[in-house]
Design a protein around this ligand. Structure first.
Ligand code: NAP
Length: 249
């Protein structure tokens, strides 16, 4: 892995920082000099992330539920107060459910949309009050936003919504210089995927949707998020960077 110093002094608000892809992103961004305001619902997970960064740079943990509007407003205000600015927003927090369509409930749908879509949208709205002309937003969707997977109808719908929301937002704020990008992981080894159960599905199916390159590592998604947020991607906005090891070629 090549670590450079693309984020020296950059103020980053990162959600979902307490686990998996978010934790790897925190480690990566801090290693490159970012000052990270790390948000998650899981206090112990955040503490683990602060440990993983292990004194390499500035990271502040902030417990909040991304689907709670007042908590999002307070988190963005606290980030700006702590960091003195806000240059980059990275939305990683998300939840997953696998449910056969005949068992899909309104509660499942609302919970998934509240966290994955409403949470992402609220952080974008609030962060845009502070982002400078060269500010960046990176939202996390999924390869399932653009490719079908059985039992993932509701989850995939939320990720399709994150993608569509982000593309429209990119076009809305392009005039002020803010870039909005989407990173769409394929199957990545995190606590989220460890909990996924494909009940009733031929186990061979899952092997087929995992890339011949193997399951992704959180660090491989984090390095793409870091690229998207960096000046290396200064001419990229309104794009979906699918990081799935060629699972859907
Ligand atoms: P993860 O290990 O479960 O991490 C997600 C983090 O978000 C957890 O710490 C979780 O806390 C937190 N979170 C969940 N709901 C929250 C809420 N309402 N408010 C604040 N924090 C909340 O998952 P991951 O695999 O790293 O996934 C990160 C993102 O990548 C998600 O958006 C996911 O949909 C997306 N993604 C993942 C994969 C994959 O294969 N792993 C593939 C495509 C897309 P709790 O543990 O307390 O819930």
């Amino acid at each position: 892995m090549v670590i450079t110093d693309r984020f020296t002094g950059t103020a980053v608000l990162l959600t979902g920082a307490g686990s998996g892809i978010g934790r790897a992103t925190a480690v990566r961004l801090v290693a490159e000099g970012a000052h990270v305001f790390a948000v998650d619902a899981d206090e112990a997970g955040l503490a683990g992330t602060v440990d993983a960064v292990s004194g390499a740079g500035h990271i502040v943990a902030h417990v909040a539920d991304v689907s709670d509007e007042a908590a999002v407003v307070a988190a963005v205000d606290a980030a700006v107060a702590d960091l003195g600015a806000l240059d980059v927003l990275v939305n990683v927090a998300g939840i997953h459910r696998t449910t056969p369509i005949e068992r899909l409930t309104v509660d499942d749908l609302r919970t998934l949309f509240d966290v994955n879509v409403v949470g992402t949208a609220l952080f974008c709205r609030e962060a845009l009050r502070h982002l400078p002309e060269d500010g960046v937003i990176v939202n996390t969707a999924s390869s399932s936003a653009s490719h079908g997977n059985p039992f993932m109808t509701a989850y995939s719908a939320t990720k399709g919504a994150v993608l569509a929301f982000s593309l429209s937002l990119a076009s809305e704020v392009i005039g002020r210089g803010v870039r909005v990008l989407v990173v769409s992981p394929g199957s990545t080894a995190t606590p989220l995927t460890a909990a996924v159960r494909f009940e009733g599905l031929d186990p061979a199916y899952y092997a087929r949707i995992v890339s011949p390159m193997g399951t992704g590592k959180p660090e491989q998604i984090a390095s793409t998020i870091a690229f998207a947020a960096s000046r290396d991607a200064s001419y990229l906005t309104g794009v979906d960077l699918r990081v799935d090891g060629g699972s859907h070629i």
